[in-house]
Design a protein around this ligand. Structure first.
Ligand SMILES: [Zn+2]
Length: 153
């Protein structure tokens, strides 16, 4: 007999209140609003912390306004500070942003000749100057999709 089911509990999502299956660690993804249940995020309600891309308080506010839990560029950079390796999609291309010991590297996830990797030395410099095809990332952020912690492919 499998005890698979015994490992899961159903709780109301911390953001939208819909029922979510969570594991022994209280972790589970809400299919309704996209919030990942996480004790860490609830304990630090104004901080962007893995696996969520927006803080708990911001998630609640966005949900109340019927908006998706989409990170701003500042939220994305907060995730970068925390996790070091981030990704996002813009016009069908996947990009990677990685924090190394002394710089931040912005490149295509799958490098091609059409995009030259950019190196920045502070988060502020990255936020101000990172660009794609001459357009500043901060100006095109509305069109960025799937900004998230990097997952192995
Ligand atoms: Zn939810």
């Amino acid at each position: 007999m499998s005890d698979y089911k015994a490992k899961f509990t159903v709780i109301p999502c911390a953001v939208c209140g819909q029922l979510v299956d969570v594991d022994n660690f209280g972790q589970g993804d809400c299919e309704h609003c996209g919030w990942h249940q996480s004790e860490t995020c609830l304990k630090n309600p104004d901080t962007v912390a893995y696996p969520n891309m927006v803080s708990y308080n911001k998630a609640k506010s966005l949900y109340k306004q019927s908006l998706p839990l989409k990170p701003s560029l500042d939220d994305f950079i907060a995730g970068l500070r925390y996790y070091k390796e981030m990704e996002f999609e813009y016009k069908g291309t996947l990009y990677a942003v990685c924090k190394h010991s002394n710089n931040i590297c912005f490149s295509e996830y799958f490098p091609s000749d059409s995009f030259e990797a950019q190196v920045y030395y502070t988060y502020e410099e990255f936020a101000e100057k990172a660009h794609i095809g001459g357009k500043l990332l901060k100006d095109i952020w509305e069109d960025v999709k799937n900004a998230d912690y990097m997952i192995c492919r």
